[in-house]
Ligand binder design. Sequence first.
Ligand SMILES: NC(=O)c1ccc[n+]([C@@H]2O[C@H](COP(=O)([O-])OP(=O)(O)OC[C@H]3O[C@@H](n4cnc5c(N)ncnc54)[C@H](O)[C@@H]3O)[C@@H](O)[C@H]2O)c1
Length: 417
Amino acid sequence: MYYEQFDRIEIMKEKKVCVIGLGYIGLPTAALLANNGFSVIGVDINLDVVSKINEGKIQIIEPDLDQFIKSVISKGQLKAQSTVSCSDVYVICVPTPLKENDKIPSPNIDHVLTATRNIAQFIKSGDLIILESTSPVGTTKKIQEILIDCGVNLTDVHIAYCPERVLPGKIMTELIKNDRIVGGLSIKATKIIKDFYSLFVSGKIYETDAKTAEMCKLAENSYRDLNVAFANELSMICDKQKINIWNLIELANKHPRVNILQPSTGVGGHCIAIDPWFLISQDTKNTKLIQSARKVNNQKTKWVIDKIKNICAIHMKKTGVSPNIACLGLAFKPDIDDLRESKAIEVAETLLTEGYNIITVEPNIDSHAKFQLLNLSDAIDQSDIVCVLVKHKEFLASSVKDKLKKIGALDFCGVFS
Ligand SMILES: NC(=O)c1ccc[n+]([C@@H]2O[C@H](COP(=O)([O-])OP(=O)(O)OC[C@H]3O[C@@H](n4cnc5c(N)ncnc54)[C@H](O)[C@@H]3O)[C@@H](O)[C@H]2O)c1
């Protein structure tokens, strides 16, 4: 420990924290820190986000976050603004999307670099700089290099990477309870920044170096992608063999050392479908398995689209009319409102663009620019073909499952099969 136990908390709590990027990760983090007694400045380049937060409101849907924000804004513990101001701890939570134009998609860390340049003028001895954005290996070191280029004296300035592992929908709980990894650019940085996290995290905090921590986050999400790819590949093999994949997985998982995941419409969202590319683009030669997983998961979405088209063709041949297709679920995973990189959206949009009649049901949103949303029973009544694309809890009620089974719905996520 670099501080005596009795005064460590007091010293830390007097620190002013600046959280940069107030989205799904930064805003809950800022709220939690403020709720723990830190004086927090939240910075976002989006002025609408800033003014909304200062009114005590939130721009994302996340259980309990609204209550936290209302409380910390009213107490003056959190203030949002569009520019950085002098603090003692800087937590960078800006987006790290993919550069899609490249032949092999690669990470765009421009927001991290910009955020680093924006804090440079305020950095002083004793400050902590933490990167939470998912980043390619070497990014934390780049932060140090940029600060040096900006002429910052980094004596006694501590820099670390600390990846986020939270599950959307459970962020406020998981931010506190999850085990975490802190990887500093020096052993001292790791220890001091671990001390900082220990003030608001109840999970275990493991110490490592920055490169290992960066790689660890990418390995975790690539592992998930790979295991889902195996389930998705099996689902296509079983379909050809006319074997029920859901029964098969249940049986295989009776083996004490087997745990096959569930197949799906594909892998969407802004983490698992994205982060493996961070590894692939840094080392194409040694990432053949990770590349295959990405291909399989993308192929699974195309397979779902083809499957629906084939059923449509049979319907057309029988009736002479183009069927109405109900797509149940649009979010990128069950029980959330987030449509970013959603494979269910890809299915519905592809079919719509190709001239199919699409009806959609998404219980977690009120409206959509492209699709008319219906309630579940109207959608079933008004459609000829029903496709279950996302395993939302609304589709799991036994009366709904019975109905879907009875009408021969196409079940791509194991709702009733
Ligand atoms: N969302 C998740 O579940 C999750 C989980 C683990 C890791 N991550 C990672 O965390 C990072 C942030 O993700 P997110 O989901 O919170 O993103 P987000 O898009 O929800 O929010 C990012 C915010 O940062 C702001 N921003 C962009 N550039 C900025 C800058 N230079 N200065 C200040 N603000 C800036 C944007 O306006 C936006 O409000 C990403 O690297 C992501 O991969 C996300």
